[in-house]
Design a protein around this ligand. Structure first.
Ligand code: HEC
Length: 249
């Protein structure tokens, strides 16, 4: 039996849709629905181009559609019913889709704060000018201790555990340097950048709660900032992360 043109076109559309929707996940990965929509638009345009090339074909293609929509006097009851059903179902379908798309979403957005964001490129170049000066090491740490207990203790706490007496009022809580998740896993240059630019210097992904960490470049000299870092590592016993260590892992 020769299939009417419209049935072939419909079968082709359906076949392509199933291939994209169900076949692609088997071959590669599921396609986003916007891509499927784009492909299906192209398929539809191609089919319309194909059937409209010859006038006969085009007639065969659209006359059944027109007949179905228009109906005629001696049509069967079934055909009339199916026409009414289609005219009710189509608006219902699109109405339902629009309703779904404007429904408010009651799931709260889950703000993920990136605690250790990627620093700006310039931050990689910070190196401790006192790092190699073994002779005065103790001296620098002493000076760093002074900087810490004059400036940082209020938030980061006597024991560097983030429990300074301002801490309970802050959200985000001050970093706990004694914990293995802060300075122990950071490079010195990163720590220096954080102290230099503070909460203000954090990129977008580290909000939604603003960090109270002050921007120390406005308050402390560069030397003081390096010395306080040396104190942080000395007191907690952590070693800053380095590239060499990373290679060994
Ligand atoms: C007003 C309170 C406050 C003071 C004072 C303060 N900090 Fe902070 N600091 C914070 C808060 C809050 C955070 C955690 C949020 C963040 O990462 O910015 C933090 C984070 C840090 C971090 C980042 C740790 C990490 O894991 O990324 C470093 C390093 C740091 N502080 C060092 C210092 C030093 C050094 C001083 C003193 C010179 C100091 N802070 C003083 C509030 C403070």
């Amino acid at each position: 039996m020769k299939l009417p043109l419209i049935a072939k076109a419909f079968a082709l559309e359906l076949g392509f849709y199933l291939l994209l929707k169900l076949g692609m996940p088997l071959i590669t990965s599921p396609l986003p629905s916007s891509v499927i929509f784009m492909y299906m638009t192209l398929v539809t345009i191609s089919i319309l181009l194909y059937v409209s090339i010859f006038e006969d074909d085009f007639g065969n293609f659209y006359i059944p559609i027109v007949d179905f929509i228009r109906g005629d006097d001696n049509e069967s009851g079934l055909r009339k019913l199916s026409r009414i059903a289609v005219f009710i179902l189509i608006p219902l379908f699109f109405g339902f889709r629009s309703y779904q798309s404007v429904l408010p979403n009651f799931n709260p957005p889950f703000p993920q704060r990136v605690i250790h964001p990627a620093p700006p490129g310039s931050a990689a170049g910070f190196t401790n000018p006192f790092g190699d000066d073994e002779a005065n090491h103790e001296q620098y740490i002493e000076e760093g201790r002074e900087v810490f207990y004059k400036n940082c203790v209020f938030c980061h706490g006597d024991k560097l555990d983030g429990k300074g007496f301002f801490a309970h009022a802050l959200n985000v809580k001050p970093a706990n340097f004694a914990d293995a998740t802060t300075i122990s896993m950071l490079m010195e240059s990163f720590v220096f950048w954080r102290i230099k630019t503070g909460g203000i210097g954090l990129p977008e992904e580290s909000t939604p709660w603003d960090s109270a960490m002050p921007r120390w470049e406005l308050i402390l000299s560069e030397e003081e900032r390096w010395k306080v870092i040396m104190f942080l590592y000395d007191y907690t016993g952590w070693k800053p992360r380095t590239w060499e260590l990373e290679g060994d892992e």
